[in-house]
Design a protein around this ligand. Structure first.
Ligand code: SAH
Ligand code: DHB
Ligand code: MG
Length: 221
């Protein structure tokens, strides 16, 4: 099995199960034209996260790492017009492109793109004692993962779900000797999750449009 075959299967599933509509396609194009890296979640991953939102009846979603607002759009649709998405983004250009995209797609009114370092933005929400989030998607800088996990624990409730993206990284997560800062961030987050008795968790590898990667998924007991 190689990446071409994984892509072919991703394409087949995207055709029959998780369709990307015209506006999501446009959003991708606008982001790439604006010079943003093409590292958003795949269609299949978006479908999975969307399904997860439905399963937990998510009305409030928190995201670390907005990029051009691709995953935020899926979350916004999943929470429905009475739901809200808060998404943290460090890069002002990414935040600006994302806001434009979200408005264009018609979900700008239910997505709050918060500009600045995610740890500081999250800490402010903790201090403001905001209503807990139903689902958190951690997908910003990978070395920040352990801190984002701690903050997420303070921003959720029993039954909430926390998903960490890009924890496999071509298998590097299982290399204890790795000197890659992202892989180390993934390992630290995984081990923190595993050691936390408040969390029930699983690591799930994925192949396809994002190569060989995966999610850590945890549910607050
Ligand atoms: N969730 C997006 C992809 C996010 S890519 C999607 O699937 O569509 C990661 C994003 O995190 C980038 O836009 C990057 O600028 C942002 N980022 C990096 N470091 C950050 C930090 N410290 N705080 C907030 N965002 C950060
Ligand atoms: C990278 C970041 C991501 O969030 C992702 O999904 C894929 C790649 C990166 O920084 O390379
Ligand atoms: Mg990611």
């Amino acid at each position: 099995m190689d990446n071409d075959e994984w892509l072919r299967v991703d394409g087949y599933f995207a055709e029959h199960l998780t369709r990307e509509d015209e506006s999501l396609h446009t959003l991708r194009g606008r982001s790439s034209e604006a010079g943003l890296p093409e590292i958003e979640i795949s269609v299949a991953q978006a479908g999975f996260l969307s399904l997860l939102c439905g399963l937990v009846g998510a009305r409030r979603v928190l995201e670390f790492g907005t990029l051009g607002g691709y995953s935020a759009t899926w979350f916004a649709r999943a929470v429905g017009d009475r739901g809200v998405v808060t998404s943290f983004e460090l890069d002002p250009h990414h935040a600006e492109v994302a806001r434009g995209n979200l408005d264009l797609v018609g979900v700008g009114d239910r997505v709050d793109v918060v500009e600045g370092p995610a740890a500081e933005s999250a800490q402010r929400l903790v201090e403001a004692a905001v209503e807990p989030f139903d689902l958190v998607f951690i997908d910003a800088d990978k070395p920040g993962n352990p801190a984002y996990l701690d903050l997420s624990m303070q921003l959720t409730r029993s039954g909430s779900v926390i998903v960490v993206d890009n924890v496999v990284r071509g298998g590097e997560v299982a290399n204890a000797q790795s000197d890659n800062a992202s892989a180390r961030g993934a390992r630290e987050a995984i081990e923190k999750i595993g050691a936390d008795s408040r969390l029930e968790s699983v690591g799930l590898q994925t192949v396809g449009a994002k190569g060989w990667d995966g999610f850590a998924i945890a549910r607050v007991r």
